[in-house]
Design a protein around this ligand. Structure first.
Ligand code: IYR
Length: 250
């Protein structure tokens, strides 16, 4: 009997604490914190036109480069570019990306070896003629020396789900889209910093999980090769579509 009494008193004491903590939890969930948009700066129409034009003029000079110099690049530049990519919008702000920055020559060698094996299969067996014809203007083949020559390889992984420290799985939303946006911003940041890059997509890329020791919930999205262009670097003579071809205004 006294035991039951103690239990009852204990329950009575615990109950209000539980109720209050539930109310606090609910109010956090239902009332997200909002801050004033203090980072926004409005420009005049004239300045906007000037800025948009000058950004276009600059970004249209970006080229995908395959001839890299081995000249070292400060790590801080890469850090800043990844921080810029990390500001990308993402599904439910879950930021479903992970960037692995490779500068270790031994790891680069392993990546080159594995990529060239896959690429050999691709160019000699897997790729249909139609695909090889589409690639012909780029002059690509299974040889990927840039994977060892360039100072940095950034392997971008997309999380299909996230894992909490206690092992619970957290679903990610629009992971591919989010990581695609972040990768675009990374490429832009690298260009803005004064470097060149190559979006390399050996297919399949599962070997990146093995070599870079990434968990199963991360899938390789793209391998970005980053550095200075080699002296006399050449790029294919290809054109971008005009505005009328890529946009419709209604
Ligand atoms: N992954 C191969 C083939 C390749 C595919 C596309 I689509 C390209 O735009 C470029 C290359 C390679 O990297 O050579």
């Amino acid at each position: 009997m006294p035991f039951l009494l103690i239990e009852r008193i204990f329950l009575l004491a615990i109950l209000p604490i539980k109720i209050i903590s539930n109310i606090i939890f609910e109010s956090i969930m239902n009332n997200p914190n909002f801050l004033l948009l203090s980072s926004y700066k409005k420009f005049s129409e004239q300045i906007m036109i000037k800025r948009s034009k000058s950004f276009y003029e600059d970004i249209k000079g970006r080229r995908t480069v395959r001839d890299f110099s081995d000249e070292p690049v400060p790590k801080e530049v890469i850090d800043n570019c990844i921080l810029a990519a990390g500001t990308a919008p993402s599904g439910a702000n879950l930021q479903p990306w992970h960037f692995v920055v490779v500068s270790d020559p031994k790891i680069k060698e392993q990546i080159r070896k594995a990529a060239e094996e896959e690429e050999k299969e691709f160019y000699t067996k897997r790729a249909p003629k139609e695909w090889l014809d589409a690639l012909a203007p780029l002059g690509t083949d299974e040889h990927k020396p840039f994977l060892e020559e360039a100072p940095f390889l950034i392997a971008i992984f997309a999380k299909s789900y996230d894992e909490l420290p206690d092992g619970r799985k957290v679903k990610q939303y629009y992971s591919q889209e989010s990581v695609g946006i972040a990768t675009g911003m990374l490429i832009t940041a690298v260009h803005n910093a004064g470097l060149v890059s190559l979006t390399h997509t050996p297919s399949p890329m599962n070997f990146l999980n093995r070599i870079l020791e990434r968990p199963n919930n991360e899938r390789p999205f793209l391998l970005l090769v980053v550095g200075y262009p080699a002296e006399e670097a050449k790029v294919p003579d290809i054109k971008k579509k005009d505005l009328e071809e890529i946009a419709t205004y209604i």
